[in-house]
Design a protein around this ligand. Structure first.
Ligand code: FES
Ligand code: FES
Length: 156
């Protein structure tokens, strides 16, 4: 990589200030994985599967389609940051309790999508239709989705 093409950005990742030197062409997913955040999965890389979902300023985004330079001065959350003193978040625990994790490839993205979804103003309890619609951007090949719906209902 030509050093002249590199740029530096400031951002926060999982609560820690970071200064990252990167190519302007790199996606946020590539940069996060290069930083060791391997929960960020690269599946389709065209915005279809949601495996790369992270939160940027609390909005769920497909990090495969989001240039890392756009994260300048932004706050990024990945599933690694959802543990508090080694304790799983309520959403992580609900996924585990309901068997919504099978091969696990989709799970980090789904947990981050769920985190953003449940943080939105909403009526309670959510209907199954609302849950399925809210997570429509995240694909899972293993669970048939029902256990994921169950997990979210357990968070209510
Ligand atoms: S890898 Fe980003 S949406 Fe599939
Ligand atoms: S648990 Fe395997 S893709 Fe969802």
């Amino acid at each position: 990589m030509n050093a002249k093409t590199l740029t530096t950005i400031d951002c926060h990742i999982n609560g820690i200030h970071r200064q990252l030197t990167l190519s302007p062409a790199m996606s946020l997913a590539e940069v996060l994985r290069a930083e060791g955040l391997l929960s960020v999965k690269l599946g389709c890389q065209v915005g279809e599967c949601g495996a790369c979902t992270v939160l940027v300023d609390d909005t769920a985004i497909d990090s495969c389609l989001y240039l890392a330079i756009w994260a300048q001065n932004k706050t990024i959350r990945t599933v690694e940051g959802e543990l508090a003193n080694g304790v799983a978040s309520k959403i992580q625990q609900a996924y585990a309790n309901t068997g919504a994790v099978q091969c696990g490839f989709c799970t980090p993205g789904l947990i981050m999508a769920t985190t953003a979804f449940l943080a939105k103003p909403r009526t309670k309890p959510l209907t199954i239709k609302q849950i399925r619609h809210g997570l429509a951007g995240n694909l899972c090949r293993c669970t048939g989705y029902q256990m994921i719906v169950d997990a979210i209902q357990h968070c209510e």
